[in-house]
Design a protein around this ligand. Structure first.
Ligand code: SAH
Ligand code: SF4
Length: 432
């Protein structure tokens, strides 16, 4: 049997795209290779949100070239966000002529056909055409995880934050039909999945013409079964009070919200085109905490956006301190060609960005430790998702990692008393 190996870069959305690609190859009797060395087809599913991911792709292509030198028929394809940019795709073709197929984000379902064409003698295929049709029906995906599953609810983004390349490489916002999503989630629950994460760049603007996000969540939360539903990402300008109320009300909606702040400075937020200010953001946080005092909150922060001063950065530190996230994803601003911020005056020197991010990481480590320590003595519902040594490992509804003693099986829920914490991690024991 022929085997395909797909290397994924970037976010959970890409991880899920890869799961779907494996399924489309499997339907042609092409299996999944665990290692690139074993594969007849190697695909790099790329990301370009930050420069680091692009650099890794180029580095890995060097290794793929060596494999191809030793295996004549090896077919190599590069797809995803990075190569959806035409100039990048053309440069890649010049630099790496051994790559057989270059496509972007729109034609992933057609990859097996393109590979077939190469087998039939075509030397090189470049297909960056935009196809904004939304797939109908249940997404076939080869999921490796047996407990957690991702489900796309929408594609693309219309927000055009000034630093971000996503709208240029993923196209306009478009929502899957709610009936398809409900069917997919129902099937996953019936197959035993316990954690379903709905994916979209801005899930709050989901709308298939009849159903908006709150209605979709309402319907999904009524699917019978013992499972949690999570979603990401929420844009603070669109997260409605109705959604927050529904999360508080419905046991199957996990008490966890990822709400990227990006900066604590109103001036920088305006330059980023985020369309909210700190007052509006804090208002949402207060409402979440009022209804769900133990809810888990996490966020993304970009340090060193053009013109960011020390005062702006201190406002971000203050916001992070005041809000007290469980978890923070911090990024150094990375210039993306074609975005408005890339040509703004006042680009911040690399050393300053590095110094600011390291202060922010230290600050968040202290906050996360304190928040974890505050959980000691509480009993939480935990979804067991693996093992750590002899102990069980899992996640709380607020998305905290917990290591515990007990006899739950992977994929089962347990009530766990938190007995201690170390850094952001909780430790505990299952209670009967
Ligand atoms: N749609 C989501 C996530 C998009 S990308 C949202 O709006 O939050 C994930 C994160 O990458 C963003 O939240 C942002 O913090 C970061 N990011 C995006 N572009 C970036 C850039 N040019 N430099 C550094 N970080 C960036
Ligand atoms: Fe990028 Fe902003 Fe869209 Fe998120 S909402 S994907 S950060 S443009």
């Amino acid at each position: 049997m022929e085997l395909v190996y797909i290397k994924t870069y970037g976010c959970q959305m890409n991880v899920h795209e890869t799961e779907k690609m494996y399924a489309s190859f499997a339907s042609r009797d092409i299996g999944k290779a665990e290692r690139a060395e074993d594969a007849d087809i190697i695909i790099l599913n790329t990301c370009c949100v930050r420069e680091g991911a692009e650099t890794r792709v180029i580095g890995n292509l060097g290794l793929v070239k060596k494999l191809k030198e030793n295996k004549r028929g090896l077919i190599v394809a590069v797809c995803g966000c990075m190569t959806q940019q035409r100039a990048v795709a053309e440069k890649l073709h010049k630099r790496c002529p051994f790559v057989n197929v270059i496509t972007g984000t729109y034609k992933l379902p057609q990859l097996p056909d393109m590979v077939e064409r190469v087998k039939n003698g075509e030397k090189f295929i470049l297909d960056l055409d935009k196809d904004e049709r939304v797939p109908c029906g249940v997404n076939a995906a080869m999921r490796t995880d047996k407990v957690s599953a991702f489900v796309n609810i929408m594609y693309g983004c219309d927000n055009f934050c000034t630093y971000c390349i996503v709208p240029y490489v993923k196209g306009h916002e478009r929502s899957r039909r709610s009936a398809d999503i409900i069917r997919e989630v129902t099937e996953l629950v019936e197959r035993g999945y316990k954690e379903i994460t709905l994916l979209g760049q801005n899930v709050n603007s989901y709308n298939d013409g009849e159903t908006d996000f709150v209605k979709l969540l309402d319907e999904l939360s009524l699917i019978p079964g013992d499972h949690w539903i999570k979603f990401m990402t929420s844009h603070p300008k669109d997260l409605s009070d109705d959604v927050i109320r529904l999360i508080a009300e419905r046991p199957r909606l996990a008490k966890y919200i990822h709400l990227p702040l990006q900066s604590g400075s109103d001036r920088i937020l305006a330059l980023m085109n985020r369309k909210y200010d700190m007052a509006a953001y804090m208002h949402k946080i207060e409402f979440i905490r009022k209804l769900m005092p133990d809810a888990g909150l996490s966020s993304d922060i970009i340090v060193g956006f053009p013109t960011e001063t020390e005062e702006d950065h201190l406002l971000t530190e203050k916001a992070v301190k005041d809000i007290g996230y469980n978890n923070l994803f911090t990024f150094i601003y990375s210039k993306r060609t074609g975005t408005p911020a890339a040509t703004m005056d006042g680009q911040v020197p690399e050393e300053i960005k590095k110094e600011r991010i390291s202060r922010l990481i230290d600050l968040q480590a202290d906050i996360a430790s304190a928040r974890a320590a505050a959980c000691v003595g509480k009993t939480c519902r935990v979804l067991c998702d693996g093992r750590e040594g002899k102990k069980l490992k899992g996640k709380t509804s607020a998305d905290r990692v917990i290591v515990f003693d007990g006899d739950a099986a992977v994929g089962e829920f347990a009530d766990v008393l938190v007995t201690s914490s170390k850094n952001s991690k909780l430790y505990g024991k299952a209670v009967k």
